[in-house]
Design a protein. Structure first.
Lengths: 137, 137
DNA sequence: TATGATATGGATAATAATTATTAATTAATA
DNA sequence: TATTAATTAATAATTATTATCCATATCATA
């Protein structure tokens, strides 16, 4: 059985076609889509699904830690089915958002904790630049 | 003469009491205030100043690179008169936002560039945790 | 110092993303 | 299958931000 189905059941949430559809969009992309983008991608297959349902599905997934929310500085959120906190990089020309391998950030948390006196629980690391394809132009 | 006055003049912007007031709030705080917070702080001294004026002043300052905009993941921006890109840390309990010394991030950009193939131009680094005072409770 | 061109401030309306509400529908389970 | 509780979808409400409009303040120039 699909993971998402099992987890929803375990946590007492209902398994609906809409939720599965929203989650599958996120599972099958590397594009870190916005709510709008997810909605648009689902339109052809689920023409009756409303934007509010996309929002609510994402809210449930976030609660269950099945997706993470990104804010790269736009006035809206993007979503990622990869819930491991990892850095992202955005192209300032074309707007695409990519993952950044995070092995180089291993000891960052400890260093920040000792510098600031905070007890660290998380981090959001965003980089900005020109992607390989935009660089060429 | 005040720096802000000189720069506004040089760039052909008019020097108004409102602009100076907004800038001074930012100069004299380490709190990374929101627009609302700036507005509230100015109310006693400038009771006729409107929220729109705060927004517009900040827009000018951002254009002139006199302030930087932060988005720590709230649904609003915070502002900092320190325009050098540096990491921030937010307390998940009380909401305060502090600076993080950035010497430890020196070679980060180069590493990210070589990993991703992007040409790096900037970064936003946010950490989350419990501040020393909230930790004690 | 006075004048006049023009950018700015302040009030308010508009916008856009998100959240709340609600009635009708649907799924889970006895 | 009936009951119950959760969910959907449509819509309204909310909230941060941006745009508009015009009286007014600023400042170069006379």
């Amino acid at each position: 059985m699909n993971d998402i189905v099992r987890i929803l059941k375990e946590k007492g949430f209902k398994v609906t076609p809409q939720r599965i559809a929203v989650y599958n969009v996120l599972m099958n992309t590397k594009e870190h889509p916005t709510v709008e983008a997810i909605y648009n991608k689902l339109q052809p297959m689920y023409p009756t699904m409303s934007l509010a349902t996309v929002y609510k599905s994402l809210e449930v997934f976030r609660e269950l830690n099945l997706v993470q929310e990104l804010n790269v500085g736009e006035d809206k959120f993007r979503y990622d089915a990869n819930v491991k906190q990892h850095p992202h990089i955005m192209c300032i020309d074309c707007g695409r958002v990519d993952d950044v391998d995070d092995e180089m950030f291993f000891n960052l948390k400890d260093e920040v904790a000792s510098k600031t006196g905070y007890e660290l629980v998380g981090q959001k690391l965003y980089f900005y630049g020109r992607c390989p394809s935009c660089k060429r132009k």
